[in-house]
Design a protein around this ligand. Sequence first.
Ligand code: NAD
Length: 500
Amino acid sequence: MQSAASILSQYPVLPRTYDFVTQKRKMYIDGEWVGASNGDTRPIIEPSTGEVLASVPEATMEDVDRAVVAARRAFTQGPWSTLKPYDRQQLLLKLADLIEANADAFAQLESLDNGKSVVAAREADVEGAIRFFRYMAGWATKLEGSTKTLSAPGSSMAYTLREPVGVVGAIVPWNFPFSMAAWKVAPALACGCTLVLKPAEFTPLSALLLAELIEQTGFPPGVFNVVTGNGSVAGSALSNHPLVDKIAFTGSTAVGKMVGHAAVENMTRTSLELGGKSPVIVLQDCDVQVAAQGAADAIFFNQGQVCCAGSRLYIHRKIYDQVVTELARIADNIHQAPGLDPACEMGPLVSRQQFEKVSSYIDLGVEEGAELVTGGHNSQGTGYFVKPTVLADTNNSMRVVQEEIFGPVVCAQPFDSIESVINSANDTPYGLGASIWSNNLSQVHQMIPRIQAGVVWVNTHNPVDPCLPFGGFKASGFGREQGREQLEHFLETKSVWLQL
Ligand code: NAD
């Protein structure tokens, strides 16, 4: 038992949450709770105070190897390898029920770990994960191949089988720790794979609670393993491991490239969900109030730490001043507080590193000639709070417009024509999300095919649904998560030809 962080006396939490953070945590490997093989641990920092909240094992390469070997054994031998689709479906549904029963504890852990609002964590992250587990549970019984009519001469028949890809290495980021884990764990298990999950080093707690519930559900040992460790050791060991059949990675484009290079050496399948710099396009005919509120939500949700955050705002020149003024007013009224405060509308950023990175981008924007309409970083006080920030009169040659800031900073600029705004919207290395704000559906429909993005929202920004594929064009990665399309990444196709 370690001494409790001061936040826990300021904002009461459930006994389950309190015990979880104050007791020594272990990793879950091969159905056992273990420390790191060398005994090392990592402190977990609470972002609104900068205090130590909890500690977790710092996994070594040997720990990762042990987890992968366990997952391999569970995949090829034992009860999991012979479990019927219906039984996998039932296990996933039971797990979803357990997550629901522990939803408030998940939300509190997510808030303490990441800094986000506990209310948003409960409504978005945890509720979304429950729905996603149930959605993917349904697919376990609906995976099927097809019969083929061959054109070859002679008498033959052919069909395809869909088989689980094998051992999955799942590497996730810190911005939505539980959702991002769920997006990988649920489809992998539905398809009959086994897996090793590596949460981000800043935010491992919800993955460990998930492991407790997976154990309680009755998944056989080795089917699901969690290694808590840093990227350069544990993440790298996982993506280089020859017994891993598929890496499902979500994170930055820079690390995604490293993971992709490592994986291809072993011909490990990969899906890479990477960074973004998503445009919000506000057309002249829109409802200004709705569009300004939408643009604010698009960038300020989750402190702007969202891969598809609407970080580039293109506004028709005729309504530019109106939208920027209203956006700044909304930004100034956002209530910043620790995530556990029920009134919190924007919490701190996840870590000191992220605070420093985002702060330096705000300074850079001003140096590059942008107008700081409102916001800016707060270098005084405790915690990693950055004010909701609006940079105006930016242009596409600025680094703040081209590079992913991953914080509550929006770069606004006017446009004069549809042609020019489409060119500007496509003019970054990324292609994850985009939104168009307009009441002219004909115009909108003509724009959608011309926008290079994996998802285009109209009069909204950021919502996701279990049935709707999510992923990026260009440097935002390859592969899709959610929907039937995601299952392809966890399945192999085997063709069978019978000469009759
Ligand atoms: P990151 O790339 O630093 O880390 C992501 C994960 O990779 C972490 O678990 C980390 O420990 C691990 N890692 C780090 N170095 C590694 C290495 N050498 N080998 C293997 N693994 C390694 O990203 P982050 O800062 O945690 O997350 C923010 C990024 O994630 C942003 O770029 C954001 O856009 C992106 N993201 C993308 C999506 C999407 O669906 N496209 C969703 C959420 C976040």
